[in-house]
Write a protein that binds this ligand. Structure first.
Ligand SMILES: [Zn+2]
Length: 567
């Protein structure tokens, strides 16, 4: 689509430029852009080019080279990038598209979000189109939309949203429907039957759609022709040779008995190499998403936290949901509360994970840096993960590629995205400093070019997504139980335990008859609330509801507290 328009446009411009600038209203857009004087890391893996020139015409990069070696177009807008490093716009290897995140992404130099979450197809597509049209300020979107999900196991809290896949035919039909809608990436969850996975993946590959998954069997993903596997546990859980034990551990995690930080302790390094081999042979990319869970175990923890809060504390960013701060702090504090043995196990597990990452990359695996923002600031996880990759032993260049070209390759977009080369879409950033010397420099974003246009990368207090999300970002558990279920009239401050199977967070508050209670977060399956004397004065049946934050629709179903007569 854009190629056609772009070529026409450039041709027209060159025809008329030597005489006089045309007075067409779009003449302004035709002005070529030249960014020169900076050091270019083009992300192909080549050595950086110092004093580089990048020529952008329309949406595309026209020429790249050293100053003096590249012909400059007339009438170009010239940007001086001296002292800066130029890079391709970053691509989040595991993005969750959220309606408030556009500015965060641009601010962090992330120009593309492959939306690997479980948004409804229609919403993702509307966001993608809005962004392409310049109506929504935010990164370019590659759409995944709703997942293809298997029937949930008996212990599951509830089924995941998405296309319910029971048979190979279901999978093929869902893939075709998504292709017809314009969806670009297919994602399976771990409960889909292997035969349905294979049939769906074959159809997706036939239609040119890359496939990725939440899975516990990386061998199956490789065999089925997947383009990617998501999360560290995609490979890590595969390494647990005893399949029954593997699923038991998964169940314990999904029911909140252990959490993701505990998981890697169980990984079996003796099986890493054969998994890596299967993945690399079939060119299956991997987004381990370690930052979201393991950054508190990184030697950079203090700096991560400081940086995260410095963004959240910006006045112009105050429109961001307060939940972000809660969950960021929650993640840092979570580890501080681990008893020593559990913390040691988590550290040991994290070492295994670094080892797995090293082996995968050494073997030629296509690793992606991804933010997976359930426990951190969306987008920032990409930068944090680049830092953690370097700590694990990858080179800064490998880390940069993990957040650019590797993601483009994984999702078969590398013909036009992911590197700074002639013919590619001009998604570019300039940062202060040299990320090859200090990977933290990727965060000093000074200029963002999206599709050939310089875009505003600051926060604005009035930022608004014209098409808000349909669903609560962090859904509040629906079914809750309370204990005790009755208190005696006038009994004074009573403590009530509120339980659910999973899904409580630190920002959840209990309310009784609409009044907020003092609430303590105990675990993802338990809260504690204090019923003050004043609320026990009148006998009655009162609804106790757990309320989420930042989203009025996010509430639990009521449990009822009875205030009984004093005998
Ligand atoms: Zn995710």
């Amino acid at each position: 689509m854009a190629t056609h328009h772009g070529k026409f446009f450039i041709a027209l411009f060159f025809c008329v430029a030597p005489f006089a600038l045309p007075t067409f209203s779009y003449a302004q857009k035709a002005t070529p852009l030249v960014i020169q004087g900076g050091t270019l890391i083009d992300a192909t893996g080549r050595a950086p080019i110092e004093d580089a020139v990048i020529v952008v015409e329309g949406e595309r990069i026209k020429a790249v080279g050293k100053r003096g070696e590249v012909a400059l177009p007339r009438n170009a807008r010239v940007i001086d990038a001296k002292g800066k490093t130029m890079l391709p716009g970053l691509i989040d290897g595991h993005c969750h598209l959220l309606d408030f995140m556009g500015e965060i992404y641009l601010h962090l130099g992330i120009t593309t979000c492959p939306d690997i979450t479980q948004n409804d197809d229609e919403w993702t597509l509307a966001q993608r189109d809005g962004t392409n049209l310049g109506k929504i300020r935010g990164p370019r979107i590659w759409s995944t939309g709703a997942r293809l999900v298997g029937p949930p196991p008996a212990w599951a809290l509830r089924g995941e949203r998405g296309y319910l896949i029971k048979t190979p035919e279901d999978a093929v039909a869902a893939v075709r429907k998504k292709k017809a809608e314009g969806i670009e990436i297919i994602k399976f969850n771990e409960y889909v039957d292997p035969e349905a996975i294979k049939a769906g993946a074959a159809e997706a590959n036939r239609l040119g759609l890359p496939v990725t998954c939440h899975c516990l069997d990386a061998f199956l993903a490789a065999e089925a022709g997947f383009a990617g596997v998501e999360h560290h546990w995609g490979l890590g859980m595969t390494s647990i040779g005893d399949v029954k034990k593997r699923w038991e551990i998964h169940e314990r995690r999904m029911t909140g008995k252990i959490n993701t930080a505990d998981l890697s302790y169980y990984y079996e390094p003796e099986n890493f190499d054969k998994i890596v081999k299967a993945m690399v042979e079939k060119n299956v990319s991997w987004s381990p998403t370690i930052a979201t869970w393991y950054r508190p175990l990184s030697p950079s923890v203090a700096r991560f936290k400081e940086r995260e809060l410095s963004i959240l504390d910006r006045k112009e960013a105050s429109y961001l949901p307060g939940v972000l701060r809660e969950q960021a702090l929650g993640q840092y504090e979570r580890y501080a509360k681990f008893p020593p043995e559990r913390l040691n196990n988590a550290r040991e597990g994290y070492k295994k994970l670094e080892d797995l990452i090293r082996r995968y990359v050494q073997a030629g695996g296509l690793i992606r840096a991804g933010s997976d923002p359930n426990n951190g600031l969306p987008g920032l996880g990409v930068h944090q993960e680049m830092v953690m990759f370097v700590e694990a032993g990858l080179t800064p260049m490998q880390a940069i590629q993990a957040a650019t070209v590797n993601v483009a390759k994984a999702f078969r977009k590398d013909k036009v995205f992911g590197t700074v080369e002639p013919g590619k879409v001009a998604d570019l950033i300039a940062v202060d400093g040299d990320p090859l010397k200090d990977i933290w420099a990727t965060q000093n974003v000074k200029l963002v070019v999206l599709g050939g246009k310089i875009v505003d990368h600051e926060f604005h207090a009035n930022f608004k997504n014209p098409i808000p999300a349909i669903r609560a970002w962090r859904a509040t558990p629906q079914e809750i139980e309370i204990s005790p279920r009755s208190v005696v009239q006038g009994s004074g401050a009573a403590t009530v335990k509120i339980t659910t199977r999973r899904g409580f967070d630190r920002f959840h508050k209990a309310t009784l008859a609409g009044k907020e209670l003092e609430t303590r977060f105990i675990s993802t399956s338990e809260l504690e609330a204090t019923i003050p004397l004043v609320l026990t004065k009148q006998v009655g049946t009162y609804p106790l509801i757990v309320v989420g934050q930042g989203d009025s629709a996010s509430k639990s179903a009521p449990a009822y507290l009875i205030v009984s007569f004093k005998k």
